[in-house]
Design a protein around this ligand. Structure first.
Ligand code: FES
Ligand code: FES
Length: 154
C-alpha cells in the first residue's frame, strides 16, 4: 500500500508517495535517480549500499523506506559541498583507494560515520570499523591509508 513518506535527502526536503516496504536502496536508485548507492549482495553483507541516516551508517538494502520518515539521509551525491570534494573523497583519490569504484561510495560513507564517532581513530580502529565492507578489487590497504590520512586532516 502506498503512503506518503517525508524525509531530508542530502539537505533537501523530500516527499514520496510510495510502498513503504520498498527498500531505501531501490528508492534512492530508481525513484530518486541517485545511482551512487550500489547494489552488491542485497543481504546486508557487503556494504556497497551504505548511506548515512541520522549520522549513522546503514545498509540501505535492509531498510524499508517507511522507517526513514522524518530522518536525515546522506548519500554519496550529497557529500561534496559546492563543488568542493569532502576530505575523504580527496584522500581516496590521493591514495588511489579504488579500482573499479563499485564499493567506493559505501566505503566512503562508512568511513564518514566512523570519523563522526571517532575523529582520530588508530589504524587498528579503522581496520575494525571497515571490516564488514568488502572490496572485490582488493584495495583495502589503500582504503585504510586514505581514511587515516583523512582523519589527520580534520
Ligand atoms: S547490497 Fe546492501 S550490504 Fe550488500
Ligand atoms: S574498487 Fe572495485 S570493489 Fe572495491
Amino acid at each position: 500500500m502506498k503512503e506518503t513518506i517525508t524525509f531530508t535527502l542530502n539537505g533537501q526536503p523530500t516527499s514520496l508517495n510510495i510502498d513503504g516496504e520498498r527498500t531505501l536502496l531501490w528508492v534512492l536508485r530508481t525513484e530518486l535517480g541517485l545511482t551512487g548507492t550500489k547494489f552488491g549482495c542485497g543481504e546486508g553483507l557487503c556494504g556497497a549500499c551504505t548511506v548515512i541516516v541520522d549520522k549513522e551508517a546503514v545498509r540501505s538494502c535492509q531498510v524499508p523506506v517507511k522507517t526513514i520518515a522524518g530522518k536525515e539521509v546522506l548519500t554519496i551525491e550529497g557529500l561534496a559541498q559546492a563543488d568542493k570534494l569532502h576530505t575523504l573523497q580527496e584522500q581516496f583519490i590521493q591514495h588511489d583507494a579504488l579500482q573499479c569504484g563499485f564499493c567506493t561510495p559505501g566505503m566512503i560513507l562508512t568511513a564518514y560515520a566512523l570519523l563522526l564517532r571517532k575523529p582520530h581513530p588508530s589504524r587498528e580502529e579503522i581496520i575494525q570499523g571497515m571490516d564488514d565492507n568488502l572490496c572485490r578489487c582488493g584495495a583495502h590497504k589503500r582504503i585504510v591509508e586514505a581514511i587515516e590520512s583523512s582523519s589527520k586532516k580534520r
